[in-house]
Design a protein around this ligand. Structure first.
Ligand code: ADP
Length: 335
């Protein structure tokens, strides 16, 4: 009798503990061994997780990767051909020349020009460990681009939004960027899928730079780029006016080929900072086609000095932003 009375509650208690089926046990053990740094797409234990768990895992993985990048900056333009990629490359190269660790993410899936502009178009992206290594341009500057994945540079990439989103997600989450001071993201012109994907995936992009040329049609589209950046909650760091006048190669007289001053006027009207202007320099095209960032030219020039100054404006803007974030965190903690 005594033995039965003592045994009964024990049995009841045991029955109340949810029992794991052998299959569930296996799944849980697999999850425990799950490697956070690995993408679910390439994980052999992936079948053990629900789609919600996979989503959470991928988010945590991306956040972990991005936590190693101090400043994420988008370079945008309202229309093509205004020199947006040229500005992105030279801004990034200027920062790298000042000993910052810099990456360029070429988010222009359909027209990836960054590898060509950096002279690395024949260097493929190589797998390393659980990810892919970005291609090194020179000390402190590395890039990732669709152009480094495509076998045939003449082949058009015909992808809709979800595929482009996936590619950008890989560029952020599966690339071994390491610790970066700056990630400069070169976006395609306009206000399409790519900036939306970037803003959605990175969540706290530190700022956008809008590149424009001075004529009215370009300015009209740049205004849209400013309002779009605000719409996706990316602070506008400022407007750069490119192709802003040129010096006549014969007499040195200034020629305002596309007018000047429109960028500054638009910045004033839109209430954003004006970061400065870059003149037209025929050498820019030559160096760009030769795959040499302009700022690596040993010869001194107005354009080179301008890029270095612009990069310093960006550093200052980032410092200000870091200060603002720190004071918000501080006042939140004091509440
Ligand atoms: P986007 O990215 O806006 O389409 P790119 O950066 O590809 O424009 O530039 C288009 C062309 O204009 C390139 O050949 C580039 O070398 C040239 N370019 C850009 N800025 C200047 C400039 N300030 N002076 C001379 N050529 C320039």
């Amino acid at each position: 009798m005594k033995v039965e009375g003592e045994g009964l509650p024990t049995l009841v208690r045991l029955r109340n503990i949810p029992r794991l089926s052998p299959r569930q046990k296996d799944k849980d053990m697999e999850k425990e061994r799950c490697d956070v740094s690995k993408s679910c797409d390439s994980c052999e234990k992936e079948r053990a997780c629900s789609s919600k768990e996979k989503e959470e895992h991928e988010e945590a993985r991306l956040a972990q990767k991005l936590s190693h990048i101090r400043n994420k900056i988008m370079v945008m333009s309202g229309k093509g051909g205004v020199g947006k990629s040229t500005v992105a490359v030279n801004l990034a190269a200027s920062l790298a020349l000042q000993d910052y660790a810099v990456g360029i993410l070429d988010a222009d899936i359909h027209g990836p020009d960054i590898p060509r502009m950096c002279g690395v178009e024949n260097r493929p992206l190589l797998s390393h460990g659980v990810g892919v290594n970005p291609v090194r341009v020179f000390k402190g500057l590395q890039i990732v681009s669709m152009g480094l994945l495509s076998q045939d540079p003449d082949k058009a990439i015909v992808w809709r939004g979800p595929l482009k989103h996936k590619a950008i997600k890989h560029f952020l989450g599966d690339v071994n960027w390491g610790d970066l001071d700056f990630l400069v993201i070169d976006l395609p012109p306009g206000t399409g899928d790519e900036p939306l994907s970037i803003a959605h995936l990175i969540k706290n992009v530190d700022g956008s730079i809008i590149v424009t040329t001075p004529q009215d049609v370009a300015l009209l589209d740049s205004r849209k780029a400013v309002s779009f950046s605000r719409l996706i909650n990316v602070p506008v760091l400022g407007i750069i006016e490119n192709m802003s006048g040129m010096a006549c190669p014969r007499c040195g007289e200034k020629i305002d080929l596309f007018k000047v001053g429109g960028g500054a006027k638009a910045a004033r009207e839109l209430g954003v900072a004006y970061l400065g202007h870059i003149p037209i320099d025929p050498k820019m095209v030559i160096r760009c086609d030769a795959g040499k960032p302009f700022v690596t030219d040993p010869e001194p020039s107005v354009v080179k000095t301008t890029f270095i100054r612009l990069s310093q404006e960006v550093i200052k803007a980032m410092d200000r932003r870091a200060g603002e974030i720190a004071s918000v965190v501080h006042s939140d903690l004091e509440k």
